[in-house]
Design a protein around this ligand. Structure first.
Ligand code: AOF
Ligand code: ZN
Length: 346
């Protein structure tokens, strides 16, 4: 089908915005006249022009717009955000037909862009490759419909199912390989925030930065109820924006903020509400067992990525158990198997 072919191109274009558009969604647009693509564009970076604007700008002969169709993976926006409404631009340029992948879940748009175009007498088709277009912006959809970040739980485990040796100090066992580290750092670069529990922060002293892949560092988050992290911890070094959840407030410094939680009630909803308020659209949780299990037990997660090594540990900290396995796939990278669980909450 022609419509699907052009929508597939929109999705392909949109993916170029990965890592740069959050908290906006990835969006791609294609302009077709006489069965020829005359313009293409995608949303490059949050705060900059939307996909439709870039596609319209790329058209060499603007007089063709009056008899063209614009394909766009997401409903054109109808509101004034950091940029003006795309629906208005499409109307102004007199583009007669608009083919849309899926509706925008953002409450300021949510159908109003489609309505605006229809009110202006344009032919609007909605839902071409809808499933794929929604998949493309799953993090954005989760954030706007569930009012919490999209949550990826990640751990590495041994062939016999341990995530670490029992220890009070000393180094963690290395289950990752240079190749799997690259894949994990790629996932970090795609996240807005990354989080660890107190024990992991203390014992591993992780930097939680993106080093083995290209891309921005996510906001670092750690739990430290009693301010037990030493000042020499990597997480407190001020190199990357970092939030530390504690029981008692303490003044922060550049790139370091302490946020008090009420430990008399469940802290998970409080943490997620804070991240939502701060527009952090996705969160990767990298351990340890207690924190991972608190997400699993409360059913609050969207993806689980397990890096299963071929090494055996014979004893140690047992890997968390997943209670509700919705969809599952496996991928092999030399000796390591990546297990991937996906839950569709939206
Ligand atoms: C589109 N095309 O390429 C994108 C859209 O603050 P702004 O102006 O950048 O608006 C952000 C909102 O616009 C975002 O929350 C989402 O609803 C929509 N994103 N819309 O027509 C695009 N990125
Ligand atoms: Zn727009």
């Amino acid at each position: 089908m022609e419509e699907e072919k052009y929508m597939r191109r929109c999705i392909q274009l949109a993916r170029n915005g990965l890592c740069n558009v959050s908290p906006n969604p990835m969006v791609g647009a294609v302009i077709v006249c006489d069965e020829q693509i005359i313009g293409e564009g995608y949303h490059v970076r949050c705060g900059e022009a939307h996909a439709e604007v870039n596609a319209i700008r790329s058209v060499k002969d603007p007089s063709l717009l009056k008899r063209s169709t614009i394909y766009v993976s997401l409903e054109p926006c109808s509101h004034h955000g950091k940029t003006p409404p795309c629906a208005d631009l499409i109307i102004e340029k007199q583009i007669p037909k608009i083919v849309i992948g899926c509706q925008d879940p953002f409450s300021k748009v949510a159908g109003k862009g489609i309505q605006k175009l229809r009110n202006a007498g344009r032919e609007v088709i909605v839902g071409v490759l809808e499933k794929e277009c929604r998949e493309l912006i799953q993090k954005f959809i989760t954030f706007h419909t569930l009012h919490r970040p999209y949550i990826v739980l990640k751990w590495a485990e041994s062939a016999d199912g341990f995530i670490d040796l029992e220890r009070t100090e000393g180094h963690p066992v290395l289950l990752s390989t240079p190749l799997t580290s690259m894949l994990v750092h790629k996932k970090r670069a795609e996240s807005d925030a990354i989080m660890v529990g107190t024990r992991t922060a203390l014992l591993d002293d992780p930097a939680l930065t993106v080093r083995h892949w290209y891309g921005h560092n996510p906001v670092r988050i750690a739990l430290d109820r009693n301010h037990s992290l030493p000042q020499t911890s990597h997480l407190l070094d001020g190199s990357v924006p970092t939030l530390i959840f504690t029981e008692c407030h303490r003044p922060g410094k550049k790139n370091l903020e302490y946020i008090p939680l009420d430990y008399q009630t469940d802290i998970l909803p409080q943490i997620l509400a804070t991240l939502y308020q701060r527009n952090l659209q996705s969160l990767m949780v990298e351990g340890g067992k207690i924190l991972l299990e608190s997400f699993i037990c409360s059913g609050i997660w969207d993806e689980i990525i397990i890096e299963r090594s071929d090494k055996r540990l014979y004893s140690g900290v047992k890997a968390p158990e997943i209670s509700d396995k919705i969809s599952y796939s496996e991928e092999k990278h030399f000796a390591t198997t990546f297990r991937h669980y996906l839950k569709r909450n939206t």
